[in-house]
Design a protein. Structure first.
Length: 553
């Protein structure tokens, strides 16, 4: 992973000292709230329902064991003993005291972490595939390009005050595990004819109040031109984005208003002034950054392990975990492992200080001292030997990381909702728990098969409800919490936005409604291999609507 040089360290130390003085001035009454607001947002600090919330950047989801231990330390010392991993591959602390936030930032800086640009109208954390660099279906390792984008966008003077927040995702695999098409800019990397990576650039994706699927405005872009071309996109957006109405300020609104073809033409015209300038990436610079992401010292191992195969054939519970929570690896004799943060009864994405310490220990013991955060709010050990999977399983079991539900209905993406967030219309966590308990039977869960269920507490869509196969949105009706359902969303290569099922439901009704939806799917699917999404796309909304709103239910 990328390691800071002396300039990075000096910059962070200066930033921490600067924010400490700003916080002291605010607490002393020398700065008004409106004056302090942009300063704290630039350092990832929100004021939520009960306390400040600090969002810490985890660039493209990559963490060392030392960084994980620091996050555990912060949770113990400054918070209530846990942290929350988000769909943006970041980590959030929900209970820090304002006067202690500078101390937290100083601790983070000691392990090359920060909270810079995790809030505000700027380019946020660059995200990617949680299996980047190790996925069996990967064509281009996106991590070096994510790091180049991170360095380019951090403290970029033109992008410190954009019309609205801005999110970029990069993917280099044949499958899309990074929800690329619902980002302000999405980048697909593929090998060109000469083997050098080329980029397809999408713009105008996003969720929130007005969800949109991104449109491709440039194919086959040489990666040397990646920064200058994105610079041109941001300049057009900065110039023409709506700054008067925050609900119309995202780039997706501008792209829709202008039309994708017109927007692409404007970008091309802007790019002509920038193409070939100092931001053009040289082979030397790409190779320098790529050098931070070299393969670890993999052992030469056979493609199978007899003891592992025996365990799989004799232990149904272990076999279920192996099937759902381990993933193909590019290196013979290895698998990637998802440590589930979705045990029933626990808030999805939450992780205690002891669990973070335990993940750090597992990373050191089994995965070259590295862990990742997934878009689905779980943790990943990317490089686990086949002959170590049984030992890893036993240790992960003790920490409640082995729920075998990855890709299944109870692997729920869920925002903190009304329990914490001041923007939320309704609570998300109790709804997630109720659904998990209803579908806790593993035989039933496995029979249902692949099904993504996402929950958001408000239209900001932090729970990505628009792209869940089943999406749940908390809404306010005359001061009461209700929930609107969507069907047919998807965040993969064939991305789609969910369709509204119909009138909303009370919290008590939501789980029953989802069970009716699942029952109809099981009745209508052509065979057990047909996924919920495929069935929905084949038969449409009407049968689900009839079943859910039937008078006899």
């Amino acid at each position: 992973m990328y390691r800071y040089d002396q300039y990075d360290h000096a910059m962070l130390e200066d930033r921490v000292a600067q924010f400490r003085r700003q916080t002291d001035r605010y607490l002393a009454g020398e700065l008004r709230e409106d004056e302090f607001l942009p300063l704290r947002l630039q350092n990832g600090l929100y004021i939520q329902r009960h306390a400040p919330m600090l969002r810490v950047a985890v660039p493209y989801g990559l963490l060392s064991s030392a960084q994980l231990r620091m996050l555990a330390h912060i949770a113990r010392r400054y918070d209530k003993g846990y942290a929350h991993f988000s769909t943006r591959q970041n980590v959030q602390f929900n209970w820090p005291e304002l006067e202690r936030v500078p101390d937290i930032l100083a601790d983070l800086a000691s392990v090359e972490m920060h909270a810079i640009q995790t809030s505000g109208n700027c380019i946020r954390n660059i995200t990617s595939d949680q299996f980047a660099g190790v996925a069996a279906d990967e064509e281009v390792d996106p991590r070096p390009y994510c790091e180049l984008l991170r360095q380019w966008s951090t403290f970029h003077p033109e992008f410190a005050y954009l019309p609205r927040k801005f999110k970029i995702a990069v993917n280099g695999a044949r499958a899309d595990r990074a929800a690329v098409q619902v980002h302000d800019i999405g980048i697909y990397l593929k090998p060109g004819k000469n083997g050098e990576p080329r980029a397809s650039v999408l713009v105008g994706g996003g969720l929130g109040r007005t969800p949109a699927i991104g449109v491709c405005i440039r194919e086959d872009l040489p990666v040397a031109d990646l920064l200058t071309y994105l610079d041109a996109i941001l300049r057009v957006y900065n110039r023409y984005g709506d700054r008067k109405n925050k609900y119309k300020a995202r780039i997706k609104i501008l792209v829709k208003a202008l039309g994708a073809e017109k927007f692409a033409t404007m970008v091309e015209e802007e790019w002509q002034y920038m193409k070939g300038n100092q931001a053009t990436l040289t082979n030397e610079e790409i190779d320098r950054v790529r050098g931070f992401f070299h393969d670890p010292e993999y052992a030469s191992l056979p493609t199978t392990c007899a003891a592992l195969e025996q365990r799989i054939s004799s232990d149904k519970t272990f076999a279920a975990w192996y099937q759902r929570n381990t993933h193909p690896h590019k290196q013979d004799g290895y698998r990637s492992v998802t440590l589930s943060l979705k045990e029933t009864g626990e808030a999805p994405g939450d992780c205690t200080d002891r669990q973070m310490d335990a993940i750090a220990d597992l990373a050191d013991a089994f995965s070259f001292g590295e862990a990742r955060v997934s878009h689905e709010q779980n943790m990943i050990l990317a490089d686990v030997r086949l002959d170590a999977l049984e030992a890893l399983y036993e240790q992960a079991l003790a920490q409640r990381f082995v729920t075998p539900n990855i890709g299944l209905l109870t692997n729920i993406i869920c925002c903190p909702g009304g329990d914490f967030c001041s923007l939320a219309n309704a609570k998300s966590i109790p709804v997630a728990e109720s659904i998990q308990r209803r579908f806790e039977d593993l035989d039933y869960l496995f029979d249902i098969g692949e099904l993504d269920l996402n929950i958001s507490g408000c239209m900001n869509a932090c729970g990505h409800h628009h792209v869940g196969h089943i999406g749940v949105l908390g809404v306010d009706k005359r001061g009461e919490e209700w929930y609107q359902l969507k069907l047919g969303g998807h965040s993969g290569l064939d991305a789609s936005l969910g369709d509204i099922l119909g009138p909303s439901f009370s919290r008590e009704e939501v789980t029953d409604v989802i069970e009716r939806i699942v029952q109809l799917y099981l009745e209508q699917r052509q065979d057990p291999s047909e996924r919920f999404l495929d069935t929905y796309r084949r038969i449409g909304m009407e049968p689900f609507k009839e079943r859910v709103y039937a008078k006899n239910h």
